[in-house]
Design a protein around this ligand. Sequence first.
Ligand SMILES: [Zn+2]
Length: 458
Amino acid sequence: MDTIIKNGLVVTASDTFAADVGIAGGVVVQLGQSLHAEGAHVIDASGRYVLPGGVDPHTHLDSPSQQVVTADDFRSGTVAAACGGTTTIIDMCFQRHGESLAEALADWHRRAAGRAVIDYGFHIVVVDLTDQVEAELARLPGEGIPSFKLFMAYKHGPMVDDLTMLRVLEQARDHGGLVLVHAENGDAAFHAQRRLLAEGKTAPRYHAVSRPPRVEAEATARAIALAELVGAPLFVVHVSCGEALEEVLRGRARGVHVRAETCTHYLYTSEADLDRPDFAGAKYVFTPPPRQPHQQAVLWNALADGALQLVSSDHSVFNFHGQKELGRGDFSKIPNGAPGIEERLIGVYQGVQSGKITLNRFVDLVATAPAKLFGLYPRKGTIAIGGDADIVLWNPAAELTITQAALHHQVDYTLYEGLRVRGLPETVLLRGQVIVEGREFVGRAGGGQFLRRARYPK
Ligand SMILES: [Zn+2]
């Protein structure tokens, strides 16, 4: 054995037990009491939880969007992820109009290779469905890309029509893929934006007015109906409100195979944040928008009772200065998105602190469920013999006031400035190597590997 983590409390999605963890060649080789190996590096985990590394299945790094590029690239974004206890991400690889999926993926490989410090996979975002692209979709699950993302929003951007959705859903059904959907009615949002701007309503708060819960719920219901018509599984990203959740539950009750996530920011923000002074509300412009405060409890309950499967970050970041500011005088020009890749585990863990979710459910939401849904389990997402030694030593007693200065992302703000939290990741291992120590990154750029993921099971 190269490394032994001693005296910790191992926590998985299903169990909590005192055990030492023996690591060799980057994988877990032994779990048991009083492990010993001559010459092994010993890490003392007394008073710490020993958790599987987080799996964040929804990020946007180095991603062109709305005439700008996200402020975190694969290096800064994955350093921040690692410092937050995440050891795997699945990033959204965007196809451009006229481009093949192979070209899009080659572009994303170039962005990530040599920079990512944790392991990564890609979802393919289908924007322009030609016959050639349809044929590529049939092959991708066998090549380690078993998930296809579609946007029902962003008219004149990546938005696709229902016919495209049906065709992509069929490819997923036939070849072991899973379709992820951004469910907002793009026509309804576009129509409301034009009307509001014509009335001189240009401030950030009108971003939420233009995309009320029904805009999300309608598209959620339609996506589920289309999946039902062709008999395909579906994953709804960033569910933000009870209205959309109701459609997920209704579809599931009819027997549709539909799974869904929410994001950390919906558990903490509300429409009132869009009214922050000096245009600071623009920092809270993401889609779907922040909702009424009562929705936070709806989402926590859904995470606790299994209605929602996981929490992603949807880390899609634009600097306030120079990027978000492009939307002064027109809320529709504020680049959409917010940071959260480092704050995700900490934010969800506060639900354990306050009794909303159990410790095991926390591990499931941030690591195990995403690994299972996206073809990475049991290599990732749990602590088991033969799995990668991606491990977080979590100090449940450590406290922090979240500030921009305490974080590692490259974007110039956090949504959680001033939030007092308890429970932090301290030491992080990626395939047996310590990459974070005392909340500081000690790994190397390019230490992350591309992950070929397994097909979605029928
Ligand atoms: Zn996203």
